[in-house]
Design a protein around this ligand. Structure first.
Ligand code: ADP
Length: 676
């Protein structure tokens, strides 16, 4: 191809080396084959002697036949017309050629045989060279004429057009990598010479670069001092005219590389650089354009753009480029169509190879280019996939598990909150119920309460009357009268205190107060209950006997609640005695304390509990009484259990029902339940 395209690996020594090695390899192969043939001939001669020899001979013959068949097959393929000759302008290691060739082989149909020739321009040129080469090609391909020719680059196209009549008359030609300007400057191509020309468009790259760097107001353009460098410079000067209103331009053309690098290091933030590289600098040093681009990108403190894809990886950001690979693919498609019988004139080809953006992702990140502003069809190089891109499926799996787990945790938390709220509501309702039940007890005790308060009030009244009488009968008070009056007043005070103690106890029982968690003595609860129910027992003609324990029975919890339990049990016991004869109307309340357990027992002299009622006793609303609510025992059980205890009911032989409440004594004096 045209040597004006950047060439990153021109290495003459390596080329010679490789050619030499190839020849050597061919020679070695030929030598190997002839030795083998001789061997086979000798073996054939001896084959009549041993069976083994005979077999070897047959194998040799089969191999020979196979080789002949392969040769015939390849000749047949050529005769089939699927043989294509590719003629490149430059030598075979030029990156542009390598890329185009790869595109070609990737596209061309597999049954097509490809031959390649290289003009080695510009190292070999001139009229006599071309004539010699033409004669060589004519002789070489007379035996196996190609059905189509591909030319890569302008020199190869020029040669073919000049010597076509002698070389390959009437064989269709496909060109690739030929500048559009070259075609414009020459007579129109024959109808059977087709291809897609290329056009370098530097302005497309600059235009897009200015869009990505909106703060850029200074455009720096770098070219070299060689003939092709001047051609680049001329094109650049034409192209940048359209940006003159938007940015200031600075041409650094043909400077010594050291001077150039110094200037590049001084550029401000507002600059961007564009360069097609250069072959030669102002100091007369030669470069391959890729190497020049690398020096430029290294020295520059601003983004560098370029129009050739071999520059990618040197530090340039990228540019709108015509990749050589695409050229090869395009030519391959055209050749396929021609070999399939399409007339060259019938094939519609684009007027020019389209440009495509190629970008170095690392530079995109370095210069903060907005990824959303990158054309969708841009080819991104050096992009290391992110962890998520690399392990997409695994990440999604872990993520979805995480989301699921979080969802479940949230759901559980919400559920727990809902349950807590429900528990609180339940607790509140239970508290209300307990309190309501206490008020119901108050209703039941109204008569005895009234009696208990009336008694001291009556005594107060009679004492007050007595004092009044005393004062009326003898106003002049003697020492003895004063003593008498003081005694009456003391009685009044005592009765008043008695009445207020009753009220105090009742208020304690019936006031709505928060649940307590304090230590208290079970014996005190028994005593309080006895004084509260004493009058009620008397009213019902029941003897209420209390037997506190000799030891303190200390519980931790709500004293009023345990008192409520006891009141319920004693009132139930009194109810059970309603129809009993006088001698059996007894209720005994006792407290017993052992090392493990504190027991509160209520035993009555009633008829006991019917066997079938035993399992339902503590069910809410179970009652055998006409006006019973059936809540007393169920509330008692709830309250006892809240204090870590349990309640049992049984029938005592010879007596009535026995209700036994047990509280555990756990771990001595420091425990929740303790006895002293
Ligand atoms: P209520 O007293 O309103 O009926 P309770 O829950 O206090 O509700 O009692 C439920 C039932 O248990 C009573 O109706 C009664 O049949 C039975 N019961 C409770 N205590 C005794 C007892 N000491 N003797 C016999 N039966 C009893």
């Amino acid at each position: 191809m045209n040597h004006h395209y950047p060439n990153e690996r021109i290495d003459h020594s390596s080329r010679l080396h490789w050619t030499g090695r190839d020849q050597n390899w061919n020679y070695q192969c030929a030598e190997y084959h002839s030795t083998n043939l001789e061997k086979h001939y000798d073996l054939a001669k001896d084959s009549f002697h041993t069976m083994k020899d005979r077999l070897t001979t047959i194998t040799g013959l089969v191999l020979l036949l196979a080789a002949s068949w392969l040769m015939l097959a390849s000749v047949a393929a050529a005769e089939d017309g699927r043989h294509v000759l590719v003629l490149y302008s430059n030598h075979r290691l030029l990156p542009a050629n390598v890329e185009a060739d790869a595109g070609l082989r990737e596209t061309i149909s597999p049954d097509t045989e490809l031959s390649a020739e290289f003009l080695d321009y510009p190292r070999f040129s001139g009229e006599s060279y071309l004539r010699t080469l033409t004669a060589f090609l004519r002789t070489k391909y007379a035996l196996r004429p190609p059905a189509a020719i591909i030319v890569g680059g302008e020199e190869a196209l020029a040669l073919l057009l000049q010597y076509r009549a002698q070389l390959f008359p009437e064989i269709p030609v496909v060109h690739m990598g030929v500048m559009r300007a070259f075609l414009r400057d020459h007579p129109p191509l024959p109808a059977d010479v087709i291809g897609v020309p290329i056009e370098l468009d530097f302005s497309a790259t600059i235009e897009q670069a200015l869009r990505w760097h909106p703060r850029a107001s200074h455009l720096v353009l770098i070219t070299g001092a060689a003939v092709p460098d001047h051609a680049f410079e001329a094109q650049l000067r034409r192209d940048v005219g359209r940006f003159s209103g938007r940015v200031t331009t600075e041409f650094l053309a043909g400077l010594p590389t050291a001077t150039l690098q110094q200037r590049l290091g001084e550029l401000g933030d507002d600059a961007i650089v564009f360069t097609p590289g250069y072959f030669e600098d102002g100091a007369g040093d030669h470069f391959i354009p890729r190497a020049a681009a690398k020096l430029i990108a290294t020295a520059a403190t601003v983004p560098v753009y370029a129009p050739f894809d071999p520059f990618l990886g040197t530090g340039i950001v990228g540019g709108a480029m015509t990749p050589f690979l695409d050229m090869g693919r395009q030519a391959g498609q055209l050749v396929n169509a021609l070999l399939d019988g399409a007339a060259p004139a019938s094939l519609t080809v684009p007027t020019v190879m389209p440009l495509r953006w190629h970008l170095d992702w690392r530079q995109v990140r370095r210069w903060g280019i907005d990824a959303r502003a990158i054309p969708e069809d841009a080819v991104i190089h050096f992009r290391t996939p992110t962890f998520f891109e690399q392990y997409r499926r695994e990440s999604l799996l872990v993520l979805s598990m995480f989301v699921l787990q979080s969802g479940m945790i949230l759901w559980f938390l919400a559920e727990r909150r809902r349950r807590r709220r429900a528990e609180l509501t339940l607790q509140k309702q239970r508290f209300e119920l307990v309190h309501a039940s206490r008020l119901a007890v108050a209703g039941e005790l109204t008569a005895s309460i009234a009696h208990e308060i009336n008694q001291p009030l009556g005594a107060i009244l009679s004492n007050a009357d007595a004092a009044d009488l005393m004062l009326e009968s003898s106003p002049a008070s003697s020492q003895a009268q004063r003593e008498e009056l003081r005694a009456i007043l003391a009685d009044i005070r005592r009765d008043d205190l008695r009445a207020s103690a009753v009220i105090q106890r009742l208020r304690g029982l019936f006031a709505k107060q928060a649940v307590e968690h304090q230590p208290f003595d079970l014996n005190d609860v028994v005593r309080d209950t006895e004084s509260l129910l004493r009058i009620e027992a008397r009213r019902r003609r029941v003897s209420l006997d209390t037997q506190p324990a000799a030891r303190t029975a200390r519980l931790l919890g709500d004293r009023i609640q345990i008192q409520q339990v006891l009141i319920n049990l004693v009132l139930n016991a009194m109810d059970a005695l309603a129809q009993q004869p006088e001698e059996r109307r007894t209720v005994v309340v006792s407290v017993a304390v052992t090392a493990d357990v504190m027991t509160l027992r209520v035993v009555d002299g009633g008829l006991g509990i019917a066997f079938e009622h035993l399992p339902q006793l503590s069910d809410s609303f179970f009652s055998t009484k006409r006006q019973g609510m059936g809540l007393g025992l169920s509330i008692a059980r709830t309250l006892v259990e809240a204090h870590g205890g349990r309640i049992r009911a049984e029938n005592a032989p010879g007596l009535g029902a026995v209700f036994q409440v047990e509280f555990p004594v756990v771990g001595g004096s420091q425990s929740t339940w303790e006895t002293v």
